[in-house]
Design a protein around this ligand. Structure first.
Ligand code: FMN
Length: 203
């Protein structure tokens, strides 16, 4: 467990709630300054094709947006920096506006087939894509014609994994097709055999 995550998120009100319901509170002390993402997290991130990005509005409302792209589009630049491309989109700029007044972000990443979820806390910086043409070109989704308008850099504070309980395994079309690949090959082989047998028997 990455202790900085719990130390950060277990505020006084959370501790009071724990005390109220369980008679004691699990206050975390001596957490490191930050927790670096390791190999397990890097592997998990490289396989993700979506995540949820939580920001805080200037009036204190929580705001969550879905982000999607090719696997690994949320790129790990180094053990404490994540980046992703932001496109012109619907021109609402909700996350961008929120981040200009409060740079704290909460990322939520799901792996449904393997029933795993990773939560990440960090501070985000939004920069004009034109200032980083090489990185913008690397991060751009080849399936999208849209220009990389902004690049979001996330300075990772910490992360936490949750248990698999209650996660229903779900599969994307790509994953279903991958799983069905061997079955399809088997069916094609059997059909060919059947055709040969029918030809031989004259039916
Ligand atoms: C042409 C085009 C391409 C887009 N490509 C992506 C994309 O690859 N990934 C993604 O999550 N959203 C994509 N979007 C959606 C926008 O980026 C979306 O409006 C943005 O996530 C809204 O963010 P906000 O709620 O913070 O304002 C695209 C939108 C348009 C119009």
């Amino acid at each position: 467990m990455a202790m900085k995550y719990l130390e950060t998120i277990m505020t006084e009100s959370v501790l009071r709630a724990q005390h109220h319901y369980y008679g004691h509170a699990a206050k975390i002390t001596d957490a490191p300054e930050r927790d670096l993402l390791g190999e397990g997290e890097a592997e998990f991130l490289a396989a993700r094709d979506s995540f949820y990005l939580g920001t805080v509005s200037e009036t204190g409302w929580p705001y969550v947006q879905h982000r999607g792209g090719p696997r690994g589009f949320l790129r790990l630049l180094n053990p404490s920096t994540l980046v992703f491309a932001d496109y012109q989109g619907n021109r609402q700029l909700l996350s961008t506006g929120n981040l200009s007044v409060d740079n704290r972000v909460s990322l939520f990443l799901m792996d449904y087939p393997n029933r795993a979820r990773l939560k990440i806390l960090g501070h985000a910086r939004v920069e004009d894509g034109r200032l980083h043409p090489d990185l913008a070109a690397q991060l751009a989704n080849p399936a999208m014609k849209a220009r990389v308008e902004r690049i979001v850099f996330i300075d990772v504070l910490s992360f936490d994994w949750n248990c698999p309980k209650y996660i229903t395994p779900r599969y994307s079309l790509e994953e279903v097709e991958e799983l069905a690949g061997s079955l399809k090959a088997c069916i094609t082989e059997l059909e060919a055999e059947l055709r040969t047998l029918k030809t031989r028997s004259g039916s």
